[in-house]
Structure formats: C-alpha cells, structure tokens
Design a protein around this ligand. Structure first.
Ligand SMILES: [Zn+2]
Length: 647
C-alpha cells in the first residue's frame, strides 16, 4: 500500500483550486521572481510569459534542421512508433493489471514531443499547399501537443495507476479484501441496495484519500502546460485538437435536455420501478450499474453467448471479425480481478492488429459495451487510408459514432426480434458446429415481447442519461474546471462555478434526475475526460442516431439481416478518422444535431409500449389500389367442427 497521508504540496494545490488561499498570494501575480509566487491556480488568469532569456534559448534553436518534405514524414514515423508502444503497454495494463510505465515510454522522445517540434510543424503547415497533407500535419500537431502534456505529467499518471492498482477495500460481508478495480463489477452484481451503497462509500474513500490528491496536481500542471505551449487555455487546446466549437455544442445539448425531459422522466421512473423496484425519488448513484444492466433480462443474456451473439450480428450484415489485412480482430473477454472494468479497443496497428478488451460482468451493459468496442474495432479493421495520421489521430467523434451505431442495436426491436430468433436456434442446438462451438450446452431463456419492451425502455433511458451527461453536464463542468471562458455556457447555465465540487453535484444530479450524495460529489476530479473527450462522445451520439435512421431508410426496418449493409459501412470506414462527425452528417445531407435522436427516441418508446402490451399496435396502412378482395368462403375440413380462417 502507498503512503496515504496528504503531502504538503497536494494540500496547497487543493486549497488553491478550492480558492481558499488564492487571495493572499495574488500579490505575486506578474512577478516571475517573486520568492513565494505560487503556481497559477485554475481560478487565476493565464500565467505571465516566462523570462525572456529562457524563451529565446529554447525557441530559436532549430529542433529539426531539415526541410518539411524530409522532416514531416520522419516526425510521423517517430510519433507512430511511440503511439504503438503506448497502446501496447495500455493493452497489458488494461487486461493484465500490468503496472503503468508511462514515464519510461517518453525517455528518448524529448525532442519529438517538445515545443520546438510544435513550432516546426506550425511552420510546415503554413508552407504546405496540398490540403490533404496540411490536414495530416494539423492532426500530428494536435497529437504532439496533447502528448507534450502527457510527457510532462507521465510520472503522475504512473503514480495514479499504481495507487489504483494497489488499492483494496474491506467490505464487511466478504472475508478477503477486494481490489479497487473490481468494485464496479460488484456494484452491478450486488442485489442489496444497502451493500451497493457501502461499495460506493468504499470507492469514494479510495478516491478521497488516494486518487484525488494526485488528480488535482495533474489538473493544475496540465493547465499550466497548455498555456506554456502558447494556447490560451487547456480548453482552447482541446477544442483545436478535437475540432469542436464547444459553445454551440453545449447549446444543442441544453435544447435536447429540455425537449426530451418529459420522456426522460417517464423512462427513468419506469426503469427504476421495473429493474430495482424503487421509485425514481429513491434512486441512488450506487444503483446505477445495476439499473442499466437491466437485471430482468439476465437469463436471456448469458455470458457464454455474448461473443457468439456479436458474431451473429456481424454475420447478418455481411461482416465478420476479419480485417482488411486478412487478420482477425483479437477479443479478450477474460475475467481477471486486476483487469479493468471499462471496455476498450486498442488499434495497435491499423488495420492488421486490432484488439478489444471487455469484462463480461453480466447483464445488458456488458453486452452493449462489447458491441460498442466491436464497432470501433470494425472501423479500424476496415480503414484503408495509408496515411497514419488519418488511421489513428484527429477527432475521435467519428469512430465513437460507429461504435455507438452497433451498441444502439440493443434498443431496436428489429434487432431484438432477430436476437430472439438466434436464442431459439441455440436452444435447438443449431449453432453448435459454428458460433457456439466448444461452449457445450448453453442455457438461455426465450426473449418474449414484454421483456423486449422492458429492454428497449432500459436502453432508451441509458441513452438519454448518456446524452445529458456528456452533451450537457460534463461539457459545462469541464469548461469551468479547466478554466475556460464562462461565455461558452452562460446562455444555458448561470449558477455558481467557483466551488467545483458543488458545481459537479448540481449539474450531474440535474442530468441524472435524482439526488447525488457527498460520496458521489467526490467524483469531481476522477470523472473528467482528458482533452474534452466528452465533446467527441456528444457528437458521436448524435451521428449514431443519424446513421441508424439512415440505414433504416436505405436498407429497410430490418437492416440487421441485410448483407449489403456491411459493404456500405466499409465504404464509410475506409477513410479512418480523416473526417469529423459533422462532415459525415453533411455527407448524409443532414446537420449534426439531435433531430434524429429525438425522432428515434419517440418512435422506439411507442414500439416498447406496444411490445409490453401497454398500448395497442397501430393498424397497418392498407396499400392503395391493391385491395385483397372478398375473403374466400370458409369450408370446414373433413371431420373438423370449425373451419380454418385464412389470414
Ligand atoms: Zn468508444
């Protein structure tokens, strides 16, 4: 176990961010040599420029004494090699609980990942005439700017990883201590609400004592470094890298929150009652994992069938796990105690070495996660562009949209009916020589119409939760936390922002629709996506719904059994991450907003009500000009009392 006492520097940083000691120290602002001059806190304006001698010494020295034609391909090769090793270590850290050695990864990369390299690329961008090359250079510059912050905070990341890995908690009803990383799985599996609350408490305790002091150091340091590189703020750097305008995105999110509020209230109340047997007012953050795992369909989603179902889904649309290079996507679905709960896709080499890590903790969320990561994997596996920058860098809003496209099959009755058919076939032993080979007998309950209705409602509630969290609460919160301009959200949020912990609690409890407690509020430093990944998620959710509506229109309601869908998707995947979600939406002739999400939400909600028998099915419109004519006269068969009425 690590020393859990709060170091003095952390305490100072905590007090700075909480605004407790910022006022008396402000007398040093603008005096670089002031003996007690503190590091700029997140409350203060950008730090003063560094002393002239230091700046002259670093910027004037050429990092790459060569032309752009020679230098840029060299930089791309070195950056690709570095990212490859980063991903490889991340894979072992994720799947085996391997310790993080991030700091080691940056040894020898000081020249590549430096401010001087960024200046060199900036110059090459201004000189480059070819728009494709210019875009690739921009992606590389964005990547190296974020890598610069990662290099300078690598030791903090290593400490965080080791602290998380080493942390264990004692739960009164279990004999052995439980690794911190295994607690989210326990939260999903635990049936008793009081125990879930105790697990949540134990997690909050680790966050408070072990993780938050390190996270606050990283937060302050990252903001300093963004300004040191010449960006106005960390928010400015992130917006440029993600190619996103945060202000309009927050406004879109706020409108969607308002327009979907009545359905969100209905869905959350219904799902809380159906899944956990409690009213919405008694719901807690600790119930979250279990709530969205849809426990009522646990027996219809056995862990053994998770991977075969994904392969069956791919089969239906004319795909499999083969890559464009002819290799297979590697899927690790082991249950090691040190393996991380959150699933992830690692595109080690695009398109030949693509890996997916998923922990089947049971329930719907694990299945949906596999489909999500499978969507990423297929996108990378069928990326055909040879430019490395478009294979791996740029905004990730597009790859997240393809991932969500697959994940969002689970609220579509068309797919659920297909899955119900698959279950029937498995029960009859049809797939024993193919998809379920080697699994022995798989016990699975049939999926009836009422359960399908419940499943659709659970998924819709979860999607709304995601949109409210990432497209609204998180964006506002992270702009405030990272020292961005309040103008970005002032049209939709006018509350206090100085106390970050309080702000987190206010925004997220409004987004979730129920109250958060003190333990939940302590997530205010760990529940932060680096470099505004939340903006990529928000755009991905919109595009995923647009893609769903588009495929439905182009290939029919049951596009899940149309083998032409796969080749069509491959044509969208071929350019990798070159285009943003906005550009792909424009290619489909629609703006990137929540119109499709709202339409799909309303339609699927109605379908769920019909499936559950809460509303009668709408009569199908008769085809004009093709009247079936009078029914044939009914004749009873020989020996039968009643005749069979033809339908
Ligand atoms: Zn993803």
């Amino acid at each position: 176990m690590r020393d859990l006492r709060l170091p003095l520097s952390s305490l100072v940083a905590v007090l700075l961010v909480l605004g407790v000691i910022s006022a008396p120290l402000q007398g040093c602002a603008g005096q670089p040599k002031c003996p007690v001059c503190p590091r700029p806190s997140v409350h203060e304006p950008p730090p003063p420029p560094p002393p002239p001698t230091r700046r002259r010494a670093t910027v004037k020295q050429p990092a790459w004494p060569m032309s752009c034609a020679v230098g840029m391909p060299l930089l791309a090769r070195q950056a690709a090699a570095h990212l490859h090793l980063v991903e490889l270590l991340a894979w072992f850290s994720h799947t085996r609980g391997e310790r993080s050695y991030k700091r080691t990864l940056f040894v020898g990369r000081e020249r590549l990942i430096s401010r001087r390299t960024l200046a060199f690329i900036k110059q090459c961008i201004s000189e480059e005439k070819d728009p494709t090359a210019r875009l690739a250079y921009r992606y590389l510059r964005g990547y190296l700017a974020t890598a610069y912050i990662e290099r300078k905070t690598a030791s903090l990341d290593d400490q965080l990883s080791a602290a998380e890995l080493g942390a264990t908690v004692k739960l009164p009803w279990l004999a052995a201590r439980v690794p911190y990383r295994n607690l989210p799985v326990l939260l999903v599996k635990e049936k008793k609400p009081a125990r879930r609350l105790a697990i949540n408490q134990a997690m909050a305790d680790v966050r408070r004592r072990v993780l938050n002091p390190l996270l606050i150091k990283k937060l302050v340091r990252s903001q300093e470094l963004a300004q040191w590189m010449g960006y106005r703020s960390y928010v400015d750097l992130s917006s440029q890298v993600r190619q996103v305008k945060l202000g309009p995105l927050i406004t879109l999110g706020a409108r969607f929150v308002r327009d979907s509020q009545p359905l969100f209230d209905k869905l959350m109340a219904s799902v809380a009652k159906e899944s956990l047997g409690v009213p919405l007012s008694r719901l807690k953050r600790s119930d979250h994992g279990r709530l969205f795992a849809a426990p009522k369909v646990r027996r219809q989603l056995p862990d053994k069938l998770m991977l075969p179902t994904f392969k069956y889904f791919l089969q239906g649309i004319g795909l499999d796990t083969t890559t464009a290079a002819g290799t297979r996507i590697l899927i690790d679905d082991s249950m090691g105690p040190k393996k991380r709960y959150r699933a992830a896709c690692y595109p080690l080499v695009v398109p030949s070495d693509i890996r997916v890590a998923v922990k089947p903790a049971g329930g719907l969320s694990a299945w949906v996660t596999l489909f999500h990561e499978g969507g990423h994997a297929l996108h990378f596996a069928w990326t055909k562009t040879r430019r490395w920058e478009f294979q791996q860098l740029g905004s990730l809003s597009l790859t997240e949209a393809f991932a969500e496209l697959f994940a969002r099959a689970w609220e579509d009755p068309a797919w659920l009916k297909r899955y119900a058919g698959f279950i029937r076939e498995v029960r009859r032993g049809k797939h024993r020589k193919g998809l379920t080979k080697g699994l022995g007998r798989v016990r699975v309950r049939p999926l009836g119409r009422r359960l399908m209705g419940y499943l659709v409602r659970s998924r819709l509630a979860y999607n709304l939760y995601l949109a409210r969290r990432y497209g609204w609460a998180k964006l506002i919160y992270e702009v405030a936390l990272e020292g961005g301009s309040p103008k970005l959200f002032s049209s939709v949020y006018r509350g206090q922002t100085a106390d970050r912990r309080k702000l987190y609690r206010t925004l997220f409890q409004q987004a979730y629709g129920y109250k958060l407690n003190e333990d939940d509020a302590d997530r205010y430093l760990s529940d932060v996506d680096p470099f505004f990944y939340s903006a990529d998620y928000a755009r991905a959710f919109m595009l995923a719904d647009i893609l769903h509506e588009h495929l439905r229109k182009k290939f029919g309601r049951d596009w899940y059994s149309n083998k032409k869908v796969g080749p069509y998707l491959k044509s969208l995947w071929a350019d990798g991450n070159r285009y943003t979600a906005e550009q792909i939406a424009a290619r489909l002739s629609v703006p990137l907003d929540y119109t499709a999400s709202l339409a799909r939400l309303k339609r699927l909600y109605q379908e769920a009500e019909v499936l559950s028998g809460r509303k009668p099915a709408r009569p199908r419109a008769r085809r004009v000009g093709r009247h079936p004519g009078p029914r044939k006269p009914c004749k009873p068969r020989r020996g039968a009392v009643k005749c069979k009425i033809p339908r």
